[in-house]
Design a protein around this ligand. Structure first.
Ligand code: GLN
Length: 282
C-alpha cells in the first residue's frame, strides 16, 4: 500500500512543495529525500525505481510537511553551502546568503596572500565569513565574535570541522568583544540591517531566523552605527572597515563612514545590481 519508488516519492513531494512561494520544488524534494536516505542527490538519479522502506518514507513525508509549513530547508537539513564550504546552521544562526559572498570578494581584494594580516569578523553567526576568508587566506589571523553563545558554538563547530586553525572566537557585542590593545588591518561584518517594521521580516525564511540577526531599529542602522563608531579604536592606520547593508542604505552608510574619519569610502553592488557592501579606510 504505502509503497513508493524514489521517482514517485519525488514527484508527489514536488507537487506538494509547489504550493510554497518562491521555491524550487524539484530541487527541494531531492534535497529532502537525499537527506532522509542519507545519500547524495546523484543516488536518486541512479536508482529511481528503488522502493523506499516504510521508515524512510515516513521520515521523508515528515520533512516535506515541515518544509510546507515554512521551515527553511537549511534548518531542516542543518546545512548550507557558502563559498563552496559546507556549513552547519542552526535556528540560532542566520542562514548565510549568496549576496554575502560579495563581502568575501571585497575582503580578499584587501588581504594580501601569504601575509600575517589580522582581521575581525563581527557577529559571525554560523561563522560563514570568517571561515571563507580563513580558507582563502590561511596565513591571516582572524578573530570571530558573536554576542550569542549558541551562535558562537555553531561557528566553533564549523571552524573545527573545516580544519580552520587561524580563527579565534570571542563572545560579546561588536567591538566590545575584541581583544584590548590589538589594532586590526580589517574589520568586516554582515550585521543586522533590516528596519524593525519591514514587511520582509514576515516573509520566506526570515520569520524562522533569529530576529536579532536580522532587524536593527527603526531605520535598520542601529548596529551599523555602533560598528562604525567603535571600529576606529580597533583599526591600524590604513586599516579597512567593510560592511554589508541594505540595498537602500548605501548613501547613509557612506555618510556615517566619513563622519567617523574614514577615507576612500565607496559602495559596491551585488549581482542583482543593488548597493550591498560599503568600505572605508582609516
Ligand atoms: N556573519 C553571519 C553571516 O553573514 C551572520 C550575519 C548575521 O547574523 N547578521 O551569515
Amino acid at each position: 500500500m504505502n509503497h513508493r519508488t524514489i521517482r514517485d516519492a519525488l514527484q508527489e513531494a514536488q507537487q506538494q512543495l509547489a504550493a510554497l512561494p518562491e521555491t524550487e520544488p524539484r530541487l527541494e524534494a531531492e534535497i529532502l529525500l537525499g537527506f532522509s536516505l542519507n545519500k547524495q542527490r546523484s543516488y536518486l538519479y541512479a536508482w529511481p525505481d528503488r522502493s523506499l522502506e516504510p521508515r524512510q518514507l515516513t521520515r521523508f513525508l515528515e520533512l516535506v510537511t515541515r518544509r510546507i509549513r515554512g521551515e527553511p530547508i537549511a534548518y531542516i537539513t542543518g546545512h548550507r553551502e557558502f563559498w563552496s564550504l559546507d556549513l552547519k546552521v542552526t535556528p540560532d544562526t542566520l542562514i548565510p546568503r549568496p549576496e554575502t559572498e560579495l563581502l568575501i570578494e571585497l575582503a580578499l581584494e584587501l588581504i594580501p596572500s601569504n601575509s600575517s594580516f589580522t582581521l575581525a569578523d563581527l557577529g559571525t553567526g554560523s561563522g560563514a565569513i570568517a571561515a571563507a576568508i580563513a580558507a582563502e587566506r590561511p596565513t591571516s589571523r582572524i578573530v570571530a565574535t558573536d554576542i550569542s553563545p549558541p551562535a558562537l558554538r555553531a561557528a566553533k563547530y564549523n571552524f573545527k570541522h573545516l580544519n580552520l586553525i587561524n580563527i579565534q572566537t570571542h563572545e560579546g557585542a561588536w567591538c566590545k568583544a575584541l581583544p584590548q590593545g590589538h589594532k586590526f588591518n580589517l574589520i568586516i561584518s554582515n550585521p543586522p540591517y533590516i528596519p524593525d517594521s519591514d514587511p520582509h521580516l514576515t516573509q520566506g525564511d526570515l520569520p524562522w531566523e533569529p530576529r536579532d540577526a536580522l532587524a536593527s531599529g527603526a531605520d535598520g542602522l542601529n548596529d551599523i552605527r555602533h560598528i562604525i563608531e567603535q571600529s576606529p579604536d580597533h583599526l591600524a592606520t590604513g586599516g579597512w572597515l567593510l560592511l554589508e547593508h541594505g540595498y537602500d542604505q548605501g548613501s547613509k552608510v557612506r555618510r556615517l563612514f566619513k563622519a567617523h574619519g574614514f577615507r576612500q569610502v565607496s559602495t559596491r553592488q551585488d549581482l542583482a545590481g543593488l548597493d550591498r557592501v560599503s568600505k572605508g579606510q582609516l
